[in-house]
Design a protein around this ligand. Structure first.
Ligand SMILES: [Zn+2]
Length: 410
């Protein structure tokens, strides 16, 4: 099966990731271009007047073509709703006070424990359908709200079921240590032992329920030593490490990410020079989550320092019921542009080539290059500058997954 996308005003020829620092804004652009797709992969790109013949064609109607967006950090699937906490925070109550009165992650954990696998699927499927309409074609999904092996496994199995029911490719992560459940208060090490016991990790690996293992390593969450223990055991079982690092305090989490060769270190609002150096040395992708800072009204990650240090930066929504209910990666991209002073090409690289690298998928996703999977978005604007200039305006005309149109705007 062949498909020629023609009448492309601007084609962003995103190279394969990871792409570091200033190179993120040096991406080639072709004006008046075409793309040939064969058997779900990109077969040819170039000027429209040199385009080969194809069995079928799709007009971009003078729009801009970019790689399908990749969201490398979300907390789908979850259950329940914490809108009341959001409003209490707006009214001045602190996150800590809300947590002490029984709010926070434990509320979601309770809802997830109560939900059946089918209910988790039903509640999260509409979210994925909306994400597709925003241009997201690949998405990382974490467990981490079950806080007991059986409920973590239920979440991971719900991810697998969700992957079968809609076009977005879902990449599962076992978030082994996210929060301490009430019944383990004062017994964090016991909890860690239970969540990283070899039998559980083997089940996850053998059933192919996760590719990665993650830990929330921060003040008020889990220590560097606890995170190291979990991630080393997970790595021995074949689950590659990633880490929630340096969000609330500097406890050495990004240094740990570098030391153990984590695929990504995520958050990094509090990163220091030692952390930057460790990530750089290890080639760990820095995943920045500006939607969370925006939603909570707190300081952003110093992303320009990361870029100046030459790190490969990715962006993600961090979509979750407590600290960021933003499903739209384009909205997060706009925040990165307007509030983190990232340039349109840097932002696009962060959400395609580098997001693919953050999921270790950069050999087939995130680029517009021959042989790469034909995951593409056609925008209804002539170029990227125009897209970023109009935050909040829906711009997605078509979404293609493996060369098939899986979403079109009305
Ligand atoms: Zn997170």
């Amino acid at each position: 099966m062949e498909l020629l996308i023609k009448h492309i005003r601007t084609l962003v020829l995103m190279p394969p990731g990871p792409i570091g620092g200033r190179h993120m804004r040096e991406v080639p652009i072709v004006q008046d271009a075409a793309v040939l797709i064969r058997e779900g992969r990109i077969a040819w790109t170039g000027p429209a007047d040199q385009a080969p013949q194809a069995q079928a064609a799709l007009s971009a109607e003078d729009g801009c073509v970019i790689p399908g967006l990749i969201d490398p950090h979300t907390h789908i699937p979850f259950a329940g709703n914490r809108a009341n906490e959001f409003v209490r925070r707006l009214a001045g109550e602190s996150y800590l006070s809300i947590m002490q009165k029984g709010g926070g992650i434990r509320v979601t954990a309770e809802a997830v424990r109560k939900a059946t696998l089918e209910q988790l699927v039903e509640e999260n499927l509409p979210r994925l359908r909306r994400m597709l309409s925003y241009g997201t074609t690949t998405l990382e999904c974490k467990s981490g709200y079950g806080l007991l092996p059986e409920h973590e496994l239920k979440q991971l199995r719900a991810i697998r079921r969700l992957a079968e029911l809609q076009p977005i490719e879902l990449i599962p992560t076992y978030l082994a240590a996210h929060a301490l459940p009430e019944e383990f208060e004062g017994r964090a090490d016991e909890f860690i032992e239970m969540m990283s016991n070899p039998e559980l990790l083997q089940t996850i690996r053998q059933e192919n329920l996760a590719l990665f293992c993650d830990v929330f390593c921060d003040r008020g969450a889990f220590s560097v030593e606890q995170a190291r223990r979990v991630l080393n055991r997970a790595a021995a079982a074949g689950l590659r490490p990633r880490l929630h690092a340096d969000q609330l305090a500097r406890i050495g989490a990004s240094v740990l990410a570098g030391e153990i060769g984590a695929v990504s270190a995520d958050h990094l609002e509090q990163i220091d020079d030692a952390g930057l150096e460790a990530l750089k040395r290890a080639g760990t992708v820095a995943v920045v989550l500006p939607g969370t800072s925006f939603f909570l009204g707190i300081a952003h990650c110093p992303v320009r320092r990361l870029l100046d240090a030459g790190l490969s930066v990715a962006l993600a929504t961090d979509f979750n019921p407590g600290s960021c209910m933003i499903e739209s990666l384009p909205l997060v991209m706009n925040i990165a542009c307007c509030q983190l002073r990232m340039l349109p090409l840097e932002v696009l690289t962060a959400c395609t080539a580098n997001a693919a690298a953050a999921l270790s998928l950069h050999d087939r996703l995130g680029a517009i290059a021959p042989g790469f999977q034909a995951d593409l978005v056609v925008l209804d604007c002539p170029d990227l500058d125009e897209w970023f200039y109009t935050p909040g305006r829906p711009r997605v005309r078509y979404v293609l997954k493996r060369g098939q149109v899986v979403y079109r705007s009305q």
